[in-house]
Structures are given as structure tokens and as C-alpha cells.
Write a protein of this length. Structure first.
Length: 489
């Protein structure tokens, strides 16, 4: 493998954030770290006081070992076209300079110059783990490290730890968040129709993960943009996350400070934002949420995670003022309207009833597509969930199958049959060995020996391969499909 591979990542201004995220994903790979991969990205690496065009051309022609161009919604435009042509010139002079088009969708290959169309590209690598692996493999194409002892290409490992365990997933875990695509689409539409939305779910069903690892990246990616606009939507999307705890005002200061840190604001600016959150001046709080971004060009989303804390930990006198403020800033008539998303446990939902206007708002028309009451259900194992993907690739896995398969692909597992063994299509097939018992719903113990002997269904692939069943084994008892049923907050 090359001692010091350098990828030049070309992009238009419209695709800056896509390029930044792609750089992060590639550099997070253990393969990239082991190879010492560097990614030249103009927003990070252009030097002041020197001509930018000369710098770009020098890196492409002398320093870089591979070239990737992101082809976004507008194709290859303006100065990016010049970068492409310089890279093509080098790629055609020698065979050891990979030229890799990165397509936002399968329909953009016509945007490239004719010579570039002969190069194999990758499609949507940020959202497709297989395509991301292909890109990394192409960038690190030289050297023996990419092949196994038999001389075959080995799968690229994109992460060391694809599973986060039972903790809630944060925005930083977005690239590992799978299986909730349908719910996310529905939540986005709910948030389009309502400026205050309550995600209501049982404990451990994944509401916090949906809001932070699922919804926030979608918002930042423009999911709430005005689809009717002909020109690009240039509004900034600001997200603040808060857990109320015993003091929602102080924790609002913490959430605003974290949002300001993300924007790179200096200490003085962060302190001034905290000072704006004065209990006696609630009208100033919304400006603090915006973190000094342009008032009319910024859309703000406030996520109150674990909202039940406000109803159980916060002193009674502080609850209603905070709830009233949430209703005020999310009203259509607000001077600077904010979208508010709450996550709340279903078994605590009735604790909202002492606040009639608020309670009526978030409980109305539960189950209706336009209702602000978004009911999230826990994932279940079904034949559809566990079905193998279509030719669309790894992204066609859904539900539990996506939660299992796609992280394993990130971890370098290219054996689909082996991955299928971790997803049980029919959990009733997985029985404990004869003579073992398990507690019934009433807490009593039941002997499964008779039940198992009467079962005519064959064991699932996990049990046959030794990775399932209720005996000591690699899975530690219960099998991976049983472990999946342990739900995350």
C-alpha cells in the first residue's frame, strides 16, 4: 500500500457539506488510518496569500495520488470543471492515478466531460456502505495490503465498532443509524405540517436515536427545505438539543453553548448567548437559539429530548413557564418561529394533561398523517424485515435486517450468507434445547421439551450453524437476533 496516499476531493460550492461529510467518513475508516490517507479539501487546505488556482493545480499534478469529483445536483460546474480536466490529463498520462466520479444519484454521468465518462464511478457513498467501500478501495488501490493471501481483493473495513450497544445514538453516530428510513420520512412530513411535534414511544424503542442520529442529519441536509423553490434554498438550518433535567433553563444554556461550539463561536460570544437566557426575559431566548446566525436566513429546530424529565424532575413552579415558552416560539404567529421536537415516553404522556392547551395540541388526531403526535413503534422481526436485499444493494435492507446487515458491511463483512445468519426470519423457530425452561409472562417457569418436540418447523440458520439456540456459544446465549430485541432509548 502507498506510504502516504493523498486524495484530492473536488466539489462545487453547492456540495461543500457533502464533501466535508465524505471526507470525515473516509478518514474514520481503520483502512484509511492504517494507510495514512490524507484528503486534500479546499475549505481546509487552501493557503492564504497564494493563488488558489495555482494551488489546486499543483496538488492535482504533483502531490495527490488519486482524484475524486463529487457530481451533485448541478453537475460539474465553474472552476470544478477545470480541476476535472487537469486530473483527466494526469490520469490519461499514467495508469496509476485513479480518477473517481462520485455521483449523487445514478443520473448524473452525462454531466461529466466525455473523457470522464469512461471512468467507473461510485453512487451515493455517504448513504451506501458498499459504495463507500468501493471508493476507499479505489483510493487505496495500489499495494499488497488490499488483497488477501489468495490474491483476491479483500473487503474494505470502514469502521471498527459498527454497533453502539444499548445507549441512545447521537448525531455523531448518524452513519451507523439504520432501519428507520420509513419512520424518518414520516417524521419529516409531520414536521413539515406542524411546528411542534411530540415523538411518543415506549421506553427503549429508539425515540432519542430517531431524533438525534436520524432527524438532525436529515434537517442539516435540507430535508425541510421548500420543495417549490426553483432556486437553491440558502437558509441555514440551526439545531439545538436540550434535556430538561431538574433545571430546563440552565440546560437550555448548555444546549445553546454546545450549538455555538459547533459553529466555532469564541468564548466571549458563547458567554453572551448564555447571558441572553435570562428567566426574566424569555423574549430573548429565541435569539440565543440562533447563535448569532442571520435572523431572517436561519431556520431553527429545538429538540427537547427526554421531555418527561420536565414533568418529573423539574420543580412544579418552573414547568408551566417553560411549556408556555415552547408553545409561543413554535406558533405560526411568532416573530421568529422555531420548530420544536419533543421525545417523550408513552407511559409519561398523561403527565402533560395538567397543561390543557399543550396537552390538547400534542395529543390531537394521534395516528393521523398530519398530527403533531408522532407515535413511534418498536422494531419487530418479520419476514419482510429480514428478507435479503434486491439488486438495489445494501440500502434495500429494511427494519431489523438493516440494523444488522449494514453495520456488518461497514465492518468489512462481505459474506451475505453469513450476514443472513444473524437475522432470524421467524424467531419462533429458535428454541431452547430440550429440558431448558424460561419464565412465562406471569413469571412462572415452563418446560420447553414437550413444545420443542411438537414443533415441526426447522431451526433457523443461526441454530444450525451454532450461532443460535439457548446453549453456550459464540453469541453468549440467545443469539444475535435475540440481542437485537434489547431496545435502545
Amino acid at each position: 500500500m502507498l506510504a502516504h496516499p493523498i486524495l484530492f476531493l473536488s466539489h462545487s460550492g453547492l456540495d461543500t457539506e457533502t464533501a466535508r461529510e465524505l471526507k470525515r467518513r473516509l478518514l474514520a475508516s481503520p483502512e484509511a488510518k492504517a494507510a495514512g490517507l490524507e484528503i486534500w479539501f479546499d475549505k481546509d487546505d487552501l493557503l492564504p496569500g497564494q493563488g488558489w488556482q495555482e494551488q489546486l493545480e499543483k496538488v492535482i499534478t504533483t502531490s495527490s495520488t488519486a482524484f475524486a469529483v463529487i457530481v451533485g445536483t448541478k453537475g460539474v460546474v465553474n472552476w470544478v470543471d477545470r480541476e476535472v480536466r487537469v486530473a483527466l490529463s494526469r490520469a490519461t498520462e499514467g495508469k496509476n492515478y485513479p480518477f473517481i466520479p462520485v455521483f449523487a444519484s445514478p443520473n448524473f454521468s452525462s454531466s461529466l466531460p466525455p473523457f470522464a465518462r469512461q471512468y467507473q464511478g461510485v453512487h451515493d457513498p455517504i448513504n451506501n456502505e458498499v459504495e463507500l467501500g468501493k471508493l476507499l478501495q479505489a483510493v487505496l488501490a495500489s499495494g499488497p495490503g488490499e488483497r488477501d493471501s489468495a490474491g483476491s481483493k479483500r473487503p474494505v473495513k470502514l469502521t471498527d465498532s459498527p454497533f453502539v450497544g444499548l445507549r441512545a445514538m447521537m448525531e455523531a453516530d448518524a452513519d451507523l443509524f439504520f432501519g428507520r428510513e420509513a419512520e424518518l420520512d414520516a417524521l419529516i412530513e409531520t414536521l413539515r405540517a406542524n411546528r411542534l411535534v411530540a415523538i411518543v414511544a415506549d421506553s427503549g424503542s429508539g425515540k432519542s436515536s430517531l431524533a438525534q442520529a436520524g432527524l438532525i442529519p436529515r434537517i442539516r441536509g435540507g430535508a425541510l427545505e421548500d420543495k417549490s423553490r426553483e432556486a437553491p434554498d440558502e437558509r441555514a438550518w440551526q439545531v439545538v438539543v436540550v434535556r430538561p433535567g431538574a433545571d430546563p433553563v440552565e440546560n437550555l444554556r448548555v444546549g445553546v453553548t454546545e450549538a455555538a461550539e459547533r459553529l466555532g463561536l469564541p468564548n466571549e460570544a458563547r458567554a453572551a448567548l448564555r447571558d441572553q437566557i435570562d428567566p426574566s426575559r424569555q423574549d430573548k431566548w429565541v435569539y440565543a437559539l440562533q447563535c448569532n446566525l442571520p435572523v431572517r436566513a436561519t431556520e431553527t429546530v429545538l429538540i427537547i429530548d427526554q421531555f418527561e424529565e420536565l414533568l418529573t424532575q423539574t420543580p412544579l413552579a418552573k414547568r408551566k413557564p417553560f411549556i408556555d415558552w415552547l408553545m409561543d416560539i413554535s406558533a405560526e404567529s411568532a416573530a421568529i418561529p422555531v420548530r420544536v421536537v419533543l421525545t417523550i415516553r408513552a407511559d409519561y404522556f398523561n403527565l402533560c394533561s395538567p397543561y390543557p392547551a399543550f396537552y390538547e395540541l400534542i395529543k390531537q388526531d394521534a395516528g393521523s398523517p398530519r398530527s403533531p403526535h408522532f407515535r413511534l413503534k418498536g422494531l419487530t422481526t418479520t419476514v419482510q424485515d429480514s428478507a435479503p436485499p434486491s439488486r438495489a444493494g445494501s440500502n434495500s435492507y429494511t427494519g431489523l435486517a438493516a440494523i444488522v446487515h449494514r453495520p456488518l458491511i461497514l465492518a468489512g463483512n462481505s459474506d451475505e450468507a453469513e450476514r443472513n445468519g444473524t437475522t432470524c426470519c421467524n424467531p419462533t423457530r429458535c428454541q431452547r434445547p430440550p429440558g431448558r425452561s424460561r419464565p412465562g409472562a406471569d413469571g412462572s417457569s415452563r418446560d420447553l421439551a414437550g413444545e420443542q418436540s411438537r414443533s415441526r418447523e426447522p431451526a433457523c440458520g443461526l441454530q444450525q450453524s451454532g450461532w443460535c439456540g439457548w446453549r453456550a456459544g459464540p453469541c453468549g446465549g440467545g443469539g444475535p437476533h435475540q440481542q437485537i430485541d434489547q431496545r435502545r432509548n
